[in-house]
Write a protein that binds this ligand. Structure first.
Ligand code: ZN
Length: 166
């Protein structure tokens, strides 16, 4: 496993459409493992393949609910309600902004074994799913931020209430 370089805003790869994954290969498996490692090292709760420069429809999410979600070729099939709150992105370092997302979403995807799965998430998980799936279509949260982007206050210790980086 290896930590990969996270691409940041301005890098045009973040604006491209990602391709669906057709078969699981050892290389893709390694990519997914690296994505988790990279995400944890950066204290993120989600990461999409284009953020490490790979234009494949792969997302990893861990919102500390005891699950490590791997979503391949994800498609949001249901949305319910709305939530408005601060969001951040590992590809937009040091910034945060207010974004409205559905309160609850259901996503259909393939897992690591290329089996069809369905995940329903609320609150932070719903936000993470929407944020990461948008990355696969070249969208960043800054496109839909309400008001201005703000600077994240740097603190010596990690504040659990600080905006979530995805
Ligand atoms: Zn992001």
């Amino acid at each position: 496993m290896a930590i990969r370089k996270i691409r940041t805003i301005g890098d045009e790869i973040l604006r491209k459409e990602c391709k669906p994954v057709k078969i699981m290969t050892p290389r893709t498996k390694e990519l997914i493992e690296d994505m988790f490692e990279t995400m944890y090292a950066a204290n993120g709760v989600g990461l999409a393949a284009p953020q490490v420069g790979i234009l494949k429809q792969i997302v990893v999410i861990d919102v500390e609910d005891g699950n490590q979600y791997v979503l391949i070729n994800p498609e949001i099939v249901e949305e319910e309600g709305s939530q408005t709150g601060y969001e951040g992105c590992l590809s937009v370092p040091g910034k945060t902004g207010i974004v409205t997302r559905p309160a609850k979403v259901t996503v259909r995807a393939l897992n690591m074994e290329m089996e069809e799965i369905q995940v329903t998430g609320e609150d932070l998980l719903a936000r993470a799913i929407c944020h990461e799936c948008a990355h696969l279509h070249g969208e960043l949260y800054v496109d839909r931020v309400e008001g201005e982007l703000e600077d994240v206050e740097m603190e010596e210790e990690i504040d659990p209430a600080e905006p979530i980086e995805q």
